[in-house]
Design a protein. Structure first.
Length: 284
């Protein structure tokens, strides 16, 4: 049961990253149909280790229904805690299938569509659709390779290579176990989404009467540099996660810290980001 709940923790945690897919894919296919519900709080929204210019803490709820065939359906709803304009800041629905082409090899194919309000402060709001393919190998250390294609008003492609390891720490009673599952991944991709984000933010700020930050030097040269950086396929970030989880037969409590180091190809000014997430998962 623990490994099955772990599958949904990883599958649903990818959704809580607003469209990106977690590189720590799992190899668990249920023996029966299952429903998993989740609630999450995060101190900021991460998109492949990047974040918006303004801080976006959020709470979210999600549901995942998986058939024993490996086909699953997901739904998520998010509320940005600094958003006073609406009760729901984003929603998403998706479907996918996971299967085992080999004894230790797992493949996951999924698609999701997100709904964002006008002038959403989220980085990825321009790309409402996401198609994903994940390969993972269940060894002593689990390597994985993920390909994402995000599209909508613009389009971006991402490739993530990751390593993860689940470690059993100790048990408080005979019916629980505390685990830690450190992971590291490298993300490469394009950044058309960032150009659209900046354009939308400037438009939104102008409506609110917020003066833009002046550009020093040669503006045309700066625009050319930004265009090259965001349209080229480059290494974007190095991400390190340490999730600590308390596992019972039907539910999991988890706290996760993520450190993201951004490459010089990333258009964002801040090159080191930290994220803290608290999650609760219950499986029927």
């Amino acid at each position: 049961m623990k490994s099955l709940i772990l599958f949904f923790m990883l599958a649903m945690s990818s959704a809580f990253c607003f469209g990106q897919t977690d590189s720590a894919a799992t190899d668990s296919i249920p023996a029966k149909s299952t429903l998993t519900l989740a609630a999450v709080y995060a101190n900021d929204a991460s998109y492949y280790g990047q974040k918006a210019q303004q801080k976006n803490p959020y709470i979210a709820v999600a549901a995942n229904y998986q058939l024993k065939s490996g086909v699953y359906f997901t739904a998520q709803s998010y509320k940005l805690l600094n958003d006073n304009t609406s009760s729901v800041s984003a929603t998403a629905i998706g479907a996918g299938v996971n299967f085992k082409p080999g004894k230790k090899l797992t493949t996951d194919l999924s698609y999701s569509h997100s709904f964002y309000p006008s002038y959403s402060p989220l980085l990825q709001a321009a790309n409402v659709d996401n198609a994903c393919l994940v390969f993972s190998y269940d060894g002593w250390i689990k390597p994985s390779l993920t390909g994402d294609y995000a599209f909508g008003k613009t389009s971006d492609a991402f490739v993530t290579g990751g390593l993860s390891k689940s470690i059993n720490l100790f048990s408080i009673s005979q019916k629980d176990i505390v685990t830690v599952s450190p992971s590291a991944d490298l993300v490469a991709g394009t950044q058309h989404f960032y150009q659209t984000y900046i354009t939308q933010k400037k438009l939104h700020d102008s409506i609110l009467g917020i003066a833009p930050i002046p550009v020093l030097g040669n503006p045309s040269s700066s625009r050319h540099t930004d265009t090259v950086a965001t349209t080229s396929f480059n290494v974007l970030s190095y991400n390190f996660k340490i999730p600590l989880a308390y596992n019972r037969s039907h539910y999991v409590l988890q706290a996760e810290y993520q450190l993201s180091l951004l490459s010089n190809h990333v258009a964002a000014a801040e090159k080191v980001n930290s994220f803290l997430t608290f999650s609760f998962y219950y499986q029927f």
